[in-house]
Design a protein around this ligand. Structure first.
Ligand SMILES: Cc1cc2nc3c(=O)[nH]c(=O)nc-3n(C[C@H](O)[C@H](O)[C@H](O)COP(=O)(O)OP(=O)(O)OC[C@H]3O[C@@H](n4cnc5c(N)ncnc54)[C@H](O)[C@@H]3O)c2cc1C
Length: 617
């Protein structure tokens, strides 16, 4: 008995710490910036403990889906078509999650109709073998498939092809061409599996990021609405009610209103696509789930304390791809853990895979994954689109101490885990590793591992800055005005010493950059340009001196992408306890679920496909 109670107590303490930790981050000097730029940092301040079970509920549905993203919409359609009444709740002002701002490249394998049509041999068996092949390593050395949960992968392999047909049948416009391996990460080496949705050009209310994700998610939204699914937007699920804290079925959820549009925005709420959505008068609501709850809240990487459990290097200065649209605040995980669920497969969250930490070509704004245009509803929030760097020959990158640390031309992004990347590839053969062209090191790892000048308590690496001169601005044809660069993340000054002093004003600078360091770094780089050889870091034939003022510093900090740790689930996407018992009525998929190292939409849509049908039963 005593032994059984121990983990439960520590789990409660842990949950408290995670929720309070986010609040603590928001309480530091960074608070205004974090609140403005990372909604998820503040979102977990609410408790994940549900409290007494309500005697009356504000809304009731058979199936309550948490999150209107890739998992959520696929699950909602399947549950509705299975005969259930379905309510989808999302904390955002619009549907879609990261999926709607994604590229819409969907790596589904196992023998889809497109694979068959274009003569690509694949099967569930081949896919399963691929996704569990211990012998495959990425160019960074990360063994992508080694730590995958076998059961979870088997379920994916058995359902991916059906999920593709389901998407087609529900109006998702895939480009009718042979699947390729462009954009896929860790989706198996034996066959081409990447299917591409039609790209929606331009950013607008309808299409916040203007990409393939829009056509994917708007099609699913339309299908869901046609199937009778109801949406409750702008409500954040905080806690899940269960019959007893550690026993019985799940009963419903508690949520609070989240006015996700920031004060001062010029975009009126009513212009968003909210027609037909439920409207609630109260800032807090309870929602009864008569049959099941599906967690599709998109992961935990936006919760700085949570992500640092797996990788202590990921301190708050690292932005998260997509966080400016919808959060990944670990709220689904925390709520489930508060009623007995456990995390699982945490080895997958190691960020050494090349897709996880990314250097971006967009600089001069914190949100450097998507370049938000003035037409996007996100623009009033992010305030600057960023500038795109064409070639890193036009800039160097320095750490918070004003020193270079790597070859700027290296981006650490090449992938070693899709079709064609290992030649020859023989399933399960240890020689596969010999056939990978390893990158000498990984740029993001170098950026993160630095601790020069870092200070207590977390000894974070601090931001990275692109440094260039006025000639680079001309060569790159950059327009630098108040809409392309953000005043907190872009500086100019007549001298390098003055530039370093300005960098120190950035809210994420952990130390004051010494001006003498930056001057010495640029002087040394200019000598390398003269010599045509960068002996220090191996940048191939450095071309341009940095010498014509004014000088510039643009935010170039690497971005964190994807969550790979989450809740323990079984092959039906049922959430499980540490002891392997199912929590009746609770399901999870996508980036909030454990067991997968593969990036992106395929696993999320497939798990939505599985969970929705199961939850309606
Ligand atoms: C810019 C970008 C490009 C990408 N491109 C690709 C690509 O081309 N191909 C690919 O395979 N993958 C891509 N991805 C990754 C892919 O989009 C995600 O892996 C996928 O969308 C995750 O699905 P999900 O359902 O788990 O989460 P999401 O799609 O993010 O949905 C989660 C939803 O839950 C909501 N939510 C969170 N917490 C709560 C709460 N407590 N209460 C209520 N609602 C909540 C969020 O607002 C969100 O709407 C991209 C990601 C980004 C950011």
């Amino acid at each position: 008995m005593a032994e059984k109670k121990k983990p439960e107590m520590s789990r409660q303490t842990f949950i408290k710490l995670m929720g309070a930790g986010a609040a603590a981050v928001a309480g530091t000097a960074l608070a205004p910036q974090l609140a403005a730029q990372t909604p998820s940092s503040t979102a977990t301040a609410a408790s994940a403990k549900a409290g007494p079970i309500p005697t009356t509920w504000d809304v009731t549905a058979d199936v309550v889906v948490l999150g209107a993203g890739a998992v959520g919409l696929a699950a909602a359609i399947r549950a509705a078509e299975g005969g259930a009444s379905v309510l989808v709740m999302d904390t955002n002002y619009d549907i879609g999650g990261h999926a709607i701002i994604s590229g819409g490249n969907v790596p589904l394998g196992g023998g889809t109709s497109y694979q068959k049509k274009y003569g690509i041999e694949d099967s569930a068996e081949t896919l399963f073998r691929d996704l569990t092949d211990w012998s495959v390593v990425e160019v960074s050395g990360m063994p992508e498939y080694r730590y995958n949960d076998r059961g979870v992968q088997r379920a994916l392999a058995d359902n991916e092809a059906q999920t593709f047909e389901f998407l087609l049948a529900h109006g998702v416009p895939f480009v009718d061409k042979a699947p390729d391996n462009s954009g896929g990460h860790a989706v198996g080496v034996s066959a081409k599996r990447e299917h591409h949705t039609v790209w929606t050009k331009g950013q607008s209310l309808e299409s916040p990021a203007g990409a393939g994700g829009t056509s994917l998610m708007r099609a699913l939204e339309d299908s869901a609405r046609k199937a009778g699914v109801k949406f409750l937007l702008n409500y954040h699920m905080d806690a899940i009610y269960r019959e007893k804290p550690d026993a019985g079925r799940v009963l419903g959820v508690k949520a609070h209103y989240t006015p996700t549009i920031l004060p001062g925005t010029t975009v009126p709420l009513k212009s968003f696509r909210s027609d037909g959505n439920l409207a609630m008068a109260s800032p807090t609501v309870t929602v009864r789930a008569k049959k099941s709850i599906i967690i599709g809240t998109g992961g935990s990487t936006g919760n700085v304390n949570f992500r640092r459990m797996s990788d202590g290097r990921l301190t708050e200065e690292m932005p998260l791809a997509g966080d400016e649209y919808s959060p990944q605040d670990a709220s689904g995980e925390l709520a489930a853990m508060a009623i007995g669920a456990t995390l699982w497969g945490s080895a997958n969250q190691t960020m050494d895979r090349n897709g996880s930490l990314r250097k971006r070509p967009i600089i001069g704004t914190r949100t450097n994954y998507v370049g938000w245009t003035k037409d996007s509803p996100l623009f009033p929030k992010v305030k600057a689109s960023g500038i795109n760097i064409r070639t890193w020959q036009d800039a160097i990158i320095v750490n918070q101490m004003g020193k270079r640390f790597y070859n700027e031309m290296e981006d650490g992004y090449p992938n070693g885990t899709t079709e064609g990347s290992i030649k020859p590839y023989v399933h399960g053969n240890w020689r596969n590793a010999q056939n990978v062209k390893f990158a000498p090191m990984n740029y993001p790892d170098a950026a993160l591992a630095m601790n020069e000048g870092s200070t207590a308590p977390d000894f974070g690496s601090g931001p990275q800055w692109a440094i260039f001169d006025s000639e680079a601005v001309k060569r790159e044809k950059w327009v630098i005005d108040g809409t392309t660069t953000h005043p907190d993340y872009f500086f100019s000054a007549p001298t390098l010493a003055e530039l370093a002093a300005k960098i120190a004003a950035c809210p994420y600078s952990k130390v004051k950059m010494p001006g003498a360091n930056l001057e010495a770094t640029v002087a040394e780089y200019n000598k390398a340009v003269e010599a045509g050889v960068d002996e220090a870091f191996g940048k191939p034939k450095p071309q341009f001196k940095i010498e014509a003022g004014p000088f510039y510093a643009a935010w170039a900090t690497i971005t964190v992408h994807d969550t790979y740790v989450g809740l323990r689930i079984n092959m039906k996407c049922q959430v499980m306890t540490l002891e392997g018992e199912v929590i009746p009525g609770l399901y999870c998929g996508g980036e909030s679920a454990a067991g997968c190292s593969q990036h992106g939409l395929a696993r999320c849509l497939t798990q939505g496909y599985i969970a929705g049908a199961e939850a309606a039963k």
